[in-house]
Design a protein around this ligand. Structure first.
Ligand code: PMP
Length: 436
């Protein structure tokens, strides 16, 4: 059932002449899966994509997370259409922004006040600015393998030891900025304590993905978040949760309000960054937190943050419509059940063919790691067979299953996926594992 993708290849050649690397975000290239032309899609509806060669795919990429109600959901499409008809950008406040801010606050007790921005990157950048303004300190502690967007401060990797100052992950980031970041391993409270012992008095904030979505889906170990908050606060630093991936992913709320894990409920960060799902597929980000901290932001306070497109009526309308769909009874339970069936089936199939596979599943999202050890931190996630994932990715793609082209990215379920989609995916996986 192998597909041809002649037109995609032609378009890729053309794109390479005009767009850097042929893509507008490096994660869309196939570099991490052995190269080749990425697939050019032309239409999407529900759980499906159609490419420019008219092949159909079941989508588990879901645009790296924002698409949780399936593509072109009628309720969201209607909201966007209405926004288009009444003007997409005003540069003035609108009533809808208040409505959406209240929806976020109702779902997330730690948010006294919010601010809308245009991307997850902006939301994270802004939380760091605000934390620095509030504490009068400069340094940030983050965790290895957690991704927080492409701003200077958070594109910094660990130095040679767990609590050394950072080295830039990208050219163009001054060493002086990287020196303000300390990276420690996820799920390692001793390393965090060591870092805070050395740099605590200069640390503005400890930033974390409370459930990791960027080196696979990885749960914090019991007590990790609690310990993180306790240690940070003892040092006088703020706690920032980056919930750009986790927000409204597992239930109607954030990971910090995820009652299934008793550890989570008691822990409220000082600041939270959000994005992806809350825009229903249109560009958005948001950040918020305690009133005393958020009141640092201009025009109330001295921390400047602004945006021409921020809170634009189209993104806000789309986001509200998406959250309304997610309020319907049973939507998360259905995604959970389908993901469980998918994960169990994939594991059984890999076992049958002697393929080493560790699956991390958290409700409607999962990650596949080609290894025979658990994955609870970045080092373990790196120590997996990337070449084998690359072959698996392409074998699945040829059978009409669209995954993210990276061994670190998650598979996402949507409210549009069906049992039949899971069955078709497992059948494709059976062929792929057999061929590996
Ligand atoms: N934080 C996290 C946890 C993310 O996963 C991402 C994007 N994958 C970002 C921040 C950056 O968001 P954006 O791409 O919208 O700038």
């Amino acid at each position: 059932m192998s597909q041809t993708r002649t037109r995609s290849s032609e378009l890729y050649e053309e794109a390479l002449k005009h767009i850097v690397g042929g893509v507008n975000s490096p994660s869309r290239s196939f570099k991490a899966v052995g190269g080749g032309a990425p697939v050019f899609m032309k239409r999407a509806e529900g759980a499906y994509f159609w490419d420019v060669d008219d092949n159909r795919y079941i989508d588990y990429l879901c645009a790296y997370g924002p698409i949780i109600t399936g593509h072109a959901h009628p309720h969201i499409t209607e909201a966007i259409t209405r926004a288009a008809q009444t003007g997409v950008l005003y540069g003035t406040p609108t009533e809808l922004e208040i409505h959406m801010a209240k929806m976020l606050k109702d779902a997330v007790p730690s948010l006294d006040k919010v601010r809308f921005v245009n991307s997850g990157t902006e939301a994270v950048m802004s939380t760091i600015r605000v934390a620095r303004a509030y504490t009068g300190r400069n340094k940030i502690i983050k965790f290895a393998g957690c991704y927080h967007g492409h701003s200077d401060l958070v594109l910094v990797a660990a130095g040679s030891g767990p609590s050394t100052l950072g080295i830039p992950d990208s050219a163009g980031i001054p060493k002086s900025i990287a020196q303000e970041v300390i990276t420690v391993p996820f799920n390692d409270l001793n390393a965090l304590e060591e870092a805070l012992n050395a740099w605590g008095a200069e640390t503005a904030a400890v930033m974390v993905e409370p459930i990791v979505g960027n080196f696979g889906m990885v749960m914090p170990e019991p007590g990790f978040l609690e310990g993180l908050c306790r240690l940070a606060r003892a040092a006088g630093a703020l706690v920032i949760y980056d919930e750009v991936i986790t927000g409204f992913r597992f239930h109607y709320g954030l990971a910090q309000t995820y009652g299934v894990f008793p550890d989570f409920a008691a822990i409220e960060p000082d600041l939270t960054a959000m994005g992806k799902i809350i825009g229903g597929g249109l560009p958005i980000g948001a950040y918020g937190g305690r009133k005393s901290v958020m009141d640092q932001v201009a025009p109330l306070g001295p921390a400047y943050q602004a945006g021409t497109m921020a809170g634009n009526p189209a993104s806000i309308a789309s986001g509200i419509a998406c959250l309304e769909v997610l309020q319907e009874a049973g939507v998360y339970e259905r995604m959970d059940a389908l993901a469980a069936k998918l994960a169990d089936g994939l594991q059984a199939s890999a076992n049958r063919h002697g393929v080493p596979l560790t699956i991390n599943r958290i409700r409607g999202s999962l990650s596949t790691h080609f290894c025979d050890h658990p994955v609870t931190n970045y080092e373990q996630s790196q120590d997996t067979d990337g070449a084998m994932f690359g072959r698996f990715f392409k074998l699945m793609l040829e059978q009409g299953i669209c995954l993210a082209p990276s061994k670190y990215e998650a598979w996402f379920l949507t409210t549009a996926h069906t049992e039949a989609d899971i069955d078709a995916t497992l059948e494709a996986a059976e062929h792929a594992f057999a061929a590996l």
